[in-house]
Ligand binder design. Structure first.
Ligand code: PGA
Length: 250
């Protein structure tokens, strides 16, 4: 059985001051609820207050990026050790916004994912096709390329720490959610690929759906056999909608 995992990707939102209030609200609304794993991925500057805020709760902390080197002359980047010192256990890697706006490639996604794993962090590796790619009928080709290249070189215990997120780019922030059938079809395809790459471990790997997941569609999406949680953008910025989605996974 795969325990569902819902992660809030705050993107470039919330000052530390605002983060403190949001974390407190989420913590209060969740209470001790731990039937679904809940992870907050705020901006780096909020990690400090978020670490304090989640203390004593089952909520986990994630970051939105990590560099593959341990330290050095990499202006604007952040290392795994820096994240771990702030209580981070998960890190989003290869989000489509990083791919679209910041030159992230399958090769750099792979380097980041491997570095995260080597440092003991659990990567949430994102894949997803553009609208033009879906319309051209190349969804599965794109997903297969991203999965194979992004996960190249993973072995043994790596698979147990890995989380994948399928986020069709046309559904992110657009209010246009993939139907549960569209999402399940791709998730099942990813699971099949994982069986080839990871063998029996594939059945334990959680695959989140992301892209306009909301309280009113979360239960239906997470009710699909291969959808093991959600990566939530817009709806993660308010405690009520985020907590409703987390609870919908139970
Ligand atoms: P959205 O973002 O929920 O606002 O569509 C999801 C994501 O980009 O992770």
């Amino acid at each position: 059985m795969r325990k569902k995992i819902v992660a809030g990707n705050w993107k470039m939102n919330k000052t530390a001051h605002e983060a403190k209030a949001l974390v407190a609200e989420i913590k209060a609304a969740l209470g001790g609820f731990d039937a679904v794993e809940c992870v907050l991925c705020p901006p780096f500057t909020d990690l400090w207050v978020a670490q304090d805020g989640i203390a004593g709760s089952p909520i986990g902390l994630g970051a939105q990026n990590v560099h593959w080197e341990k330290s050095g002359a990499f202006t604007g980047e952040i290392s795994a050790d820096m994240l771990k010192e702030k209580g981070v256990t998960y890190v989003i890697v290869g989000h489509s916004e990083r791919r679209q706006y910041f030159g992230e490639t399958d090769a750099t996604v792979n380097r980041r994912a491997r570095a995260a794993l080597a440092a003991g962090l659990k990567p949430i590796v994102c894949v997803g096709e553009l609208l033009a790619e879906r319309e051209a009928g190349s969804t599965f080709t794109v997903i297969e390329r991203q999965v194979r290249a992004g996960l190249e070189g993973l072995t043994g215990a790596d698979w147990e720490k890995l989380v994948l997120a399928y986020e069709p780019v046309w559904a992110i922030g657009t209010g246009k959610t993939a139907t549960s059938a569209q999402a399940q079809e791709v998730h099942a395809f990813i699971r099949k690929l994982l069986r080839e790459l990871a063998g029996a471990a594939a059945d334990g790997i959680r695959i989140q759906y992301g892209g306009s997941m909301k309280p009113d569609n979360a239960r239906e999406l997470m009710g699909q056999p291969d959808i093991d949680g959600g990566l939530i953008g817009g709806a993660a910025l308010q405690a009520a909608s985020f907590v409703a989605i987390v609870k919908a996974g139970a």
